[in-house]
Design a protein around this ligand. Sequence first.
Ligand code: COA
Length: 168
Amino acid sequence: MKIATYPGTFDPVTNGHIDIIRRGMEIFDRIIVTVARNTTKTTLFSPAERLDLLRKSLSGMTNVEVVSFAGLVVEHAKSVGAVAVLRGLRAVSDFEYEFQMALMNRKLAPEINTVFLMPNEKYTYLNSSIIRSLSEFDADINDFVPKVVADALKKKIMKKQATMKGKK
Ligand code: COA
């Protein structure tokens, strides 16, 4: 049984992430999608909300599990019996950061490999910040995220805007 973890912030999950998960499923027997706590990021959705959106977005998929963790990626990978950490590479600009992270993870746990997959070209320009920003301006994001995510974003932004109005 070959297991891979797919860690990320997922604030929120996009179709680009789901594309990577689908590709990963062709290689691994089980994918553990892990909502990580990147301490350098302030997120719009709480860890519980991100977990819930991922679970709903991936509900039709078998052999995919969604969990959260707040430690080192490789420690988590070891604890779930994963042989690999799955990461997406969208563009050359991702490379340096991913390369550094992969080499540091290899230093920390040589038995765990990082596997990079490229999403469909139509998702190469996508990231969660762009999605959050588009939805602040009420742009149509239905081509980029599952419906459950688009609905949750709409609700979250409306709540945020109402709170800001209340403060004025
Ligand atoms: N499609 C669309 N967007 C994608 C994507 C894809 N296939 N793959 C990545 N992205 C986007 C994400 O949405 C995110 O966008 P944002 O920054 O605008 O929100 C961005 O690319 C990168 O995010 P992500 O893949 O979630 O990585 P991250 O840098 O936020 O976190 C962790 C990576 C979670 C593995 C890591 O930073 C972490 O927290 N590790 C825990 C501590 C650790 O192990 N440290 C040692 C590592 S050396």
